[in-house]
Write a protein that binds this ligand. Structure first.
Ligand code: 6R9
Length: 654
């Protein structure tokens, strides 16, 4: 079967950078030539922006693929690079975190203060017998202690595994057990949607009820007091964060660890099977996280106020809340709660209040703001914004234009950044000030990164050709494996293009005639209708381009005549429903897609629904919608943000 995807977005709008932005930009056009001339020398130069305890002499060791080593004979301390070195350079008074709690409480934490806190916590951890190579699970809300915990674990050469605060006891338990965590850092609770949402009871539950032969590896639980909600206490195991950190010494010297020392494990769900513990190491990861944060966000650390809205439980929170920004000495906003609490303009209020210059968020958030209407952001002064970013899914051109016009005042560049938990850092993105941006396209590989679009046999497809996204050369922040499962690592990412030695990303993609990259959705979600391969992203984008549609998800359902048929699940805008009769809406949208893309893409069924099933990072779980479309029982829903959604949808479809 061919990998050709039978259509391509034909977007013709292009937004060149303003001359002022271009002149002052961190990245200048020569950076592409420089990286292309000598890729390894280019990465070595980026790595030397960091402070090495022992300088490296080797750059890349790719002698035993797919197991790469970067900067292997160098020694580094990741936390030192994010903290002490800024203080030593005289920037201790610079604000690292402008934190805002959901109820409206605030904390401003300088680099000197954060360094102090991390040193104390590092002493606490070592005092509890946690050391080099031990695993620590972090299950916290978006509070400064979350960042401090990651850095304290990194500082002592241990390995963190951050588990999203919304995950159930079962999910937490399987992640604790898989990693064999020795310690858990949690909080009594965190604020969400105007209420205290308890966390500690979930940890208690995850650690309880071990059957015979089942080992509990956790020796201690450190608990941050956040909501003062009622919790159970185990005197032998539990410690208050405030007590132990307050009593600890703030003298702690950062030790040097080899560049390939493991830094963290982060579990990612994958489409089937048990979550994979993606393993990242130190020197290469920090190099690429900080380099990309600098060039993609055009960082001016003295004047920018940066805000990435991701939770630390997602890889975006690791690389673009904790490691990238702090390694670069940035000042950033961190917000605990949900966007609509206590009112629908909360995010815009935060941007106005702190003078945010750079906003990095996900298309799912942008689309939900579009649904509420521009009247809400229009009430705020957003003039401080100078750059906007997007991550997590393809951003459809409609949402892109709305983001630029309504939030960015028709002025700001947008960087659409493609990457994965596995890639560790951004791989494909325009460079602001250099690239003329194109709505909906992630555009070009970053300097130092090599990608291609290939067919099932690894053959390049060239301009206009659709196929599979492959990464053709190793990169510093690449995953080093799946925790405890080297075979699955090879099978999942490397077997597909073994001959070429390419990394298989699992995404469908296409280069347009200008050589810009379009992401077409996960390969598992691609549909085959009468032998034509159709992209979920493209049909969804056509659907939301209609004035009636707020959001859409498309799946392929088996069909006797066409093999698979396109089935669409659509959320209709409230404003549209007020002005139009709902009758004939499905028919209207079918016709619309037919006109926009072609008759082959016209959905067989269009279901009007109130919500779509999403993961905590906002990705639509099409697998579950396929179950509904094919009349099967709905599969595993444990990674959904709201597990009730599926029963509502099933009911609506019947
Ligand atoms: C960072 C992150 C990875 C998958 C990836 C792709 C999708 C992410 C995207 C994008 C189109 C973008 N994805 N960014 N698709 N355009 N700018 O999201 O990591 O949670 O591991 O997901 O997300 O399908 O393969 P992760």
């Amino acid at each position: 079967m061919s990998s050709q995807i039978d259509h391509v977005f034909d977007e013709t709008r292009v937004f060149p950078p303003s001359p002022e932005f271009a002149a002052a930009a961190v990245a200048q056009p020569e950076i592409y030539t420089e990286a292309a001339t000598d890729r390894e020398a280019f990465w070595a130069k980026q790595a030397r922006e960091l402070d090495w305890h022992t300088p490296f002499t080797e750059v890349l060791d790719w002698s035993t693929p797919p197991f790469a080593k970067w900067f292997a004979d160098g020694e580094i301390n990741v936390a030192y690079n994010c903290l002490d070195r800024h203080v030593e350079a005289g920037n201790g008074d610079r604000v690292a975190l402008l934190w805002e709690g959901e109820p409206g409480d605030e904390r401003r934490i300088t680099y000197a203060e954060l360094t102090d806190e991390v040193k104390r916590l590092a002493n606490v951890l070592e005092g509890l017998g946690v050391g080099h190579g031990d695993r620590v699970a972090i299950y916290l809300p978006m509070i400064p202690e979350a960042v401090a915990s990651m850095l304290a674990v990194a500082r002592i050469g241990a390995i963190h595994s951050v588990v999203f605060g919304g995950f159930s006891a079962d999910s937490l338990r399987s992640r604790i057990d898989d990693a064999g965590a020795k310690l858990v850092i949690t909080a009594d609770g965190g604020y969400r949607k105007g209420k205290a949402s308890a966390l500690k009871p979930t940890v208690d539950q995850a650690l309880a009820d071990r059957g015979e032969g089942e080992q509990n590896t956790v020796e201690h639980v450190i608990v941050v007091k956040r909501c003062e909600n009622e919790i159970d206490w185990n005197d032998e195991r539990d410690l208050w964060y405030g007590d132990v950190v307050g009593a600890a010494s703030n003298a702690h010297e950062a030790q040097a660890f080899p560049a390939e020392n493991p830094l963290f494990i982060l579990y990612t769900s994958g489409t089937t099977g048990k979550p994979k513990g993606i393993l990242h190491t130190s020197g290469g990861y920090l190099t690429q996280a900080s380099y990309t944060h600098r060039v993609v966000f055009d960082l001016k650390p003295e004047t920018d106020v940066y805000w990435c809205t991701a939770d630390i439980g997602w890889v975006t929170g690791h690389s673009y809340v904790t490691y990238g920004p702090l390694a670069n000495g940035a000042t950033q906003v961190m917000y605990e709660g949900t966007p609509e609490t206590p009112q629908q303009g909360r995010w815009w209020d935060i941007i106005q209040k702190y003078g945010v210059t750079t906003l990095y968020t996900a298309p799912t958030a942008i689309r939900s703001f579009m649904k509420l209407g521009r009247e809400i952001p229009n009430q705020y002064d957003l003039a401080s914004l100078r750059l906007l970013g997007s991550v997590g899914e393809p951003i459809n051109p409609e949402a892109w234009i709305w983001y630029r016009d309504v939030i960015g005042g028709s002025r700001t560049p947008i960087v659409d950044t493609w990457w994965q938990t596995e890639t560790g850092a951004i791989m494909v993105s325009p460079l602001p000030g250099v690239t003329a941006t194109k709505p909906g396209s992630a555009q070009v590989a970053l300097p130092g990164v090599s990608i291609d679009v290939v067919d099932d046999d690894g053959r390049p497809q060239g301009a206009g050709g659709g196929g599979l996204l492959a990464i053709t050369e190793p990169w510093p922040s690449m995953l080093r494996g799946i925790w405890g499962d080297p075979e699955r690592f090879k099978e999942t990412y490397w077997d597909k293009f073994e001959k070429q030695g390419y990394y298989f990303a699992g995404d469908g993609a296409r280069f347009d005639e200008d050589g810009d990259l379009w992401l077409l959705g996960r390969v598992d979600d691609v549909m085959n209708v009468s032998g034509h391969r159709l992209s979920t992203a493209e049909i969804e984008s056509a659907l939301v381009a209609h004035e009636a549609t707020a959001e859409a998800a498309v799946v392929g359902a088996s069909d006797e005549t066409t093999g698979q048929a396109v089935v669409a699940f659509v959320i209709i805008k409230e404003s549209y429903l007020k002005a139009h009769a709902p009758e004939g809406l499905a028919q209207l949208l079918r016709g619309w897609v037919g006109e926009q893309i072609g008759p082959i893409a016209r959905p067989r069924d269009v279901y009007i629904v109130a919500e779509l099933p999403k993961t905590r990072s906002g990705k639509i779980m099409r697998r579950l919608l396929r179950d509904v479309a094919e009349g099967r029982e709905v599969g595993d829903t444990t990674t959904l943000a709201d597990t009730m959604v599926m029963s509502t949808i099933s009911a609506q479809v019947k």
